[in-house]
Design a binder for this molecule. Structure first.
Ligand SMILES: Nc1ncnc2c1ncn2[C@@H]1O[C@H](COP(=O)(O)OP(=O)(O)OP(=O)(O)O)[C@@H](O)[C@H]1O
Ligand SMILES: [Mg+2]
Length: 183
């Protein structure tokens, strides 16, 4: 029984790797990396969504001015756009939406937080958010966050989140600051 279970788990792992590979292959052109400031990338995303009805999008800049990163700019635009879109979609129609995006930095990393007052996620959803094709939306592909995670990890960054059902969710993106800033 134990053996059957572990074989099954192995097969599921393999399948999910195949799904990951496939969605990367299908969706992701090779990264074109360059050095750029994160601030305007975030601002342009905020501008793109700020007219959304019944939702306030606030931007708070706590960085000390220079948040230069080395990554694929187009892909990072997709990262923030996917995260803001998810935040917007999480807000029930009965609620006035508040989305707060914060840019800050440590000595080595730029940190972007996207916080919403949406539906939040229960444990079951939390466990699966980054799995390709996992969606709770009738018209979702479930590739948004899988792609976000993949893009960030291939730029040396990472993503994490915290969520309370009924209260909201905050996603945190960490990206290494361009080394030349410290030399
Ligand atoms: N901010 C959020 N608040 C609540 N649930 C979220 C949030 N972001 C993601 N989720 C949950 O994670 C699931 C997966 O998100 P993901 O972006 O990968 O796919 P999707 O939004 O469903 O579809 P797509 O991004 O392809 O349109 C969502 O269906 C939703 O259940
Ligand atoms: Mg999405």
């Amino acid at each position: 029984m134990l053996h059957v279970t572990s074989t099954l788990i192995e097969q599921i792992d393999t399948l999910s790797n195949i799904a990951t590979e496939f969605s990367n292959f299908a969706k992701m052109p090779k990264a074109q990396n360059s050095s750029f400031e994160l601030f305007p990338v975030i601002i342009s995303n905020v501008d793109l969504y700020k007219e959304t009805e019944n939702i306030n999008i606030n931007f708070i800049d706590l960085s000390s001015g220079a948040c230069e990163v080395y990554a694929d700019r187009e892909q990072l635009i997709r990262v923030f756009s996917n995260l803001i879109k998810n935040a917007i979609q999480s807000i029930p129609p009965s609620r006035k939406g508040e989305i707060t995006i914060t840019l800050s930095q440590t000595n080595y990393d730029a940190i972007v937080k996207i916080e919403d007052n949406g539906t939040g996620m229960d444990e079951e959803v939390k466990a699966r958010v980054f799995t390709p094709n996992f969606t709770t939306k009738s018209a979702g592909s479930g590739l948004g966050l899988a792609m976000v995670k993949n893009i960030l990890e291939s730029s040396g960054g990472k993503i994490s989140f915290d969520s309370s059902p009924g209260v909201g969710t905050v996603f945190q993106v960490t990206l290494p600051l361009n080394k030349s800033n410290h030399e």
